[in-house]
Design a protein around this ligand. Sequence first.
Ligand SMILES: NC(=O)c1ccc[n+]([C@@H]2O[C@H](COP(=O)([O-])OP(=O)(O)OC[C@H]3O[C@@H](n4cnc5c(N)ncnc54)[C@H](OP(=O)(O)O)[C@@H]3O)[C@@H](O)[C@H]2O)c1
Length: 333
Amino acid sequence: MSGKVNFLELHNGRKMPIIGLGTWEVQILSKDEVDDKELVNAIDAALEIGYRHIDTAYLYCTEKAIGKVLKKWTSSGKIKREDLFITTKLPSWAMKPEKVEKYLKESLAALQLSYVDLYLLHHAVGLVEIDGDNVEAYHKYPTPDVTTDHVSVWKAMEAQVDAGRALSIGLSNFNARQVKRIVNSARIKPANLQVEAQLYCQQKELAAFCKALDITVCAFGPIGSPALSTTGANVPNLSPLADPVVSEIAKKYNRTPAQILLRHLIQHGIAVIPKSSNPKRLKENFQVLDFELKEDDIDRLDALDKGGKGRIFTENVMKGYVGHPENPFVDRY
Ligand SMILES: NC(=O)c1ccc[n+]([C@@H]2O[C@H](COP(=O)([O-])OP(=O)(O)OC[C@H]3O[C@@H](n4cnc5c(N)ncnc54)[C@H](OP(=O)(O)O)[C@@H]3O)[C@@H](O)[C@H]2O)c1
């Protein structure tokens, strides 16, 4: 993949910028905790730098802040809606056909948009919806819904494309078998699969599987989600940013470790959505399209893959996975 590729082309001809902005704040555990000002500043700074792809989710509680900034930029004419690529996701407690439209409409209202570019099923694992703060319930007492039926939910996702509320639809945290089941029954094929992909969990087999089906892949946690370990969550002690091979390659190219990690994924044709609230790091993460890693350095980075054992987002972090019939991690990929 050449140094100049800025987009991934989706099967429907639409284009996803290969670098986007992640907006998950690991500290937010309930709807009441959103620090609007910090988020608004970060999104504002990102748009100034040139980011046009923003990743959010109902679960993150960041849609409202994103909506505020997008409204400001579009209504002043500083940016055109069609130049943006906005992704959001159906929460796992809404994995029922009759809930899809309601939740997408809520996301659109928060984002102050009439459509999203990509709407994803956030998890293959469904949870029970409660009468109260489902964000808090998700984090503190998730209740698995073992009746999750992907095929019927997907039909409701297709209806959102028909209604013009989503230009493309896709999946997140699904394994190959689950993706195939949807593809086999779909009228509108998934355009993208968003999964954890980073140095130690490179998702080579899953990415090859998706490529054969003309489904693009987007990496979450592309630099290893370092903030996750600061929350007290029981996560493996893996730090791609601190890997000595990455540091050595970073020195050689006069780049930072984060840039090497992002560039490595991009050269494998995977889109990346690093999160930062820091203007300096936002800029650093965006500057990954003007250089290219040489084949032997790619090989050295490829060799650090640990497959499923390199996952940072294990079942300890992914709510309701353990024992659920749709736990994607029971398959190798
Ligand atoms: N589909 C899913 O289930 C799922 C799961 C997780 C995440 N996501 C999406 O993927 C996005 C990215 O994943 P993530 O946020 O977990 O992890 P990440 O992007 O790998 O890492 C973000 C963390 O790294 C820090 N950071 C950012 N740039 C850095 C740099 N250049 N050098 C050193 N540290 C840096 C950030 O802190 P500062 O803000 O202080 O810079 C933040 O704590 C999320 O924000 C979200 O949009 C999706």
